[in-house]
Ligand binder design. Structure first.
Ligand code: ATP
Length: 591
């Protein structure tokens, strides 16, 4: 309970920091709105009594007129404050939503890449992003309704107490079973949703397969629509049936508690009618007490709904805070060392790494020394660990043992963001950004905005003329997501990704299968000028095309996470080992 309370406080602090002005206005209006109904009831009582007194006289006394005007004015203020309150709440929730998204995005961008290899991470992320934008606001609104409801309830109970204490007691007691039941079901619903997150992610995935852009072609060609629809239906049904069962149970029990309330109302009606008929209370008082009782029941309902809402909120915000408090392990370690502006030798010492959940080491005691300006080719069969080695080098992951050093300094002592500035990488699964062509290249270095360098990079990657011929040239939005955008071929996208990596003026260039989708002419053109393109940079090239690999100063052959061979093309050929076999198999197809 203490933990839930502290989560509520934390959430309220978030609400306050996201929009302090709107939050204050919200609280103020809500309190104002708790007093107005009571005032209205009191005025109605006075009015009825005055009208009853004047009944049959045909006279509209000035007192009656004043009371009518006052009642109408309070009613108007109540209505206006309700509208104002809605407007304030909406403004506040928009601010809060944007604030919460920003917190989530900031965290998501900062988190270690290794988190993205763990399904549990996606479970937390999916719960946090579903709840974060609105839960803290729901907490504020529930707290306000609670305070308002309690204040109004106290006033109403006080009023009813003046008539009879039993009525006041009935009003309070009759609602207690409801709150207990709701709290129980909040717990049940929460643990159910928690359990269901992986299933919910599964249905979201099938939904994407059915509606997404990337799967759309293969889905049609292989006729997979019905297959995935069935998978979606099954997963969705599994998820919802249990939830509906819980909600069914809850509704049934709520109906029973409504019976109690109706019985209470019956009792009160008889009681007040008897008092009125026997002349113990006036007609105005009768109307006031009946309305007060009815209002009181509504307030109790609000108070109970707020209490159970707050309880539910505290359960769900726990996930948001769990996500926000996930810690980054990849950070600069003491003693801090500044990142060299012009790095020289890169050394990997006995580096080993295993992906979470895998049994075998993906990288197994790899040691490697790369000189400044050297062009290294990494080759080896699929799954040998080439891409993983690059991620370790760029410190996207930390090795389980061993170290990576630059000029003899361990990279763990550098600021990770600063360290990554030393690298420009084209990944095998490079990104397609549905932005302008120019932006797609400039994203290589957002701190630099040089059109001449953008077109130079595009020229080097062999995509300059294609981009120049687009309707708005480099300002054309590419991709197929937005209006007025132009889709490119896969090879053209890859050329843009290459241009992006060349645009980034980093001393180390990593190219992971940079030309796998390129036409022969472009590939030939790029690799004939390769030395010139990468001049002055240290280069690591991963490729399965041996014609490109032969350009390297040194070739490293990886196999099952280890370095199997290393040397120049000539030396490896004369060794007649793994490289020789791979090379001759590939080249024999051209002979
Ligand atoms: P390819 O030539 O096919 O690109 P590669 O040499 O680049 O292969 P890696 O992508 O480094 O190979 O993968 C090495 C091994 O690590 C693979 O066998 C794969 O099973 C495992 N692996 C890769 N990524 C992950 C991951 N995210 N989680 C768990 N295991 C992974």
């Amino acid at each position: 309970m203490k933990q839930k309370f502290s989560l509520l406080i934390k959430s309220l602090k978030l609400v306050r920091s996201s929009a302090p002005g709107w939050a204050t206005a919200n609280v103020f209006l809500s309190l104002l709105r708790s007093i107005l109904p009571l005032l209205l009831l009191w005025l109605i009582k006075l009015l009825i009594d005055k009208i009853t007194g004047a009944s049959g006289s045909g006279q509209f006394t000035s007192e009656i007129i004043v009371l009518i005007i006052l009642t109408a004015s309070v009613y108007l203020i109540d209505e206006i404050s309700a509208d104002l309150s809605n407007m304030v709440r909406k403004n506040q929730s928009v601010k809060l939503e944007s604030y919460m998204y920003d917190l989530l995005h900031r965290k998501s961008v900062q988190l270690d890449l290794i988190n993205f290899e763990r399904p549990e991470y996606f479970d937390i992320l999916s719960r946090a992003s579903a709840e974060a934008p609105w839960r803290p606001n729901s907490i504020l609104n529930n707290v306000i309704s609670l305070i308002r409801g309690l204040a109004s309830l106290l006033l109403m109970t006080g009023l009813i107490l003046t008539l009879n204490w039993i009525l006041a007691l009935v009003l309070l007691v009759v609602n207690i079973p409801g709150v207990i039941l709701r709290l129980r079901y909040s717990d049940e619903l929460y643990s159910f949703r928690r359990k269901q997150t992986p299933e919910a992610r599964k249905s979201a995935y099938f939904n994407w397969l059915l509606t997404g852009d990337r799967p759309s072609r293969e889905l049609r060609l292989f006729g997979l629509g019905e297959y995935f629809r069935e998978l979606f239906r099954k997963s969705f049904r599994k998820q919802k049936e249990e939830e509906l069962e819980i909600i069914r149970k809850r509704s049934f029990i709520e109906m029973i508690s409504a019976l109690f309330k109706a019985a209470a109302m019956l009792f009160v009606l008889i009681f007040i009618a008897e008092r009125t008929v026997t002349g113990k209370i006036s007609l105005g008082e009768m109307a006031m007490f009946l309305l007060a009782f009815r209002q009181g029941m509504t307030y109790i309902k609000d108070v109970l709904a707020s209490v159970s809402g707050l309880y539910e909120d505290s359960l769900f915000t726990g996930d948001v805070f769990t996500f926000l408090s996930l810690e980054e392990k990849i950070r600069a370690e003491e003693p801090l060392v500044s990142v060299p502006g012009d790095p020289g030798r890169i050394t990997l010492k006995e580096v080993s790494f295993t992906y979470p959940g895998n049994n075998d080491k993906t990288i197994d005691k790899v040691s490697l020394d790369i000189g400044k300006g050297e062009v290294i080719a990494l080759v080896g069969p699929n799954g040998a660990g080439k891409s993983t080695l690059i991620r370790l080098l760029c410190r996207l992951y930390d090795p389980d043992s061993g170290s990576v050093e630059i000029d003899g300094k361990g990279i763990r002592h550098f600021d990770p963001a600063g360290y990554r500035k030393l690298f420009s990488v084209i990944f095998q699964d490079f990104m397609l950004y549905n932005l302008t062509a120019g932006e797609n290249i400039r994203l290589g270095d957002t701190g630099r905005d040089e059109s001449s360098a953008v077109s130079r990079a595009a020229r080097s990657a062999g995509i300059d003329s294609v981009l120049g011929s687009l309707p708005e040239g480099y300002d054309t939005v590419i991709g197929n997501l937005f209006n007025d955008s132009r889709e490119l071929s896969w090879g053209e996208w890859q050329k843009i990704a290459l241009a992006r990596s060349l645009y980034r003026d980093a001393p180390v260039l990593v190219l992971d299968e940079p030309s796998s989708a390129m036409d022969a002419d472009t590939e030939y053109e790029i690799f004939s000028r390769f030395r010139e393109l990468v001049k002055g940079r240290t280069v690591i090239l991963i490729s399965h095309r041996f014609t490109n690999v032969t350009l390297a100063d040194r070739i490293i052959v990886m196999d099952r996470g280890r370095i199997a061979e290393s040397g120049t093309h000539q030396s490896l050929m004369s060794d007649r080992g793994m490289y020789y076999n791979m090379y001759t198999k590939q080249s024999s197809r051209f002979e």
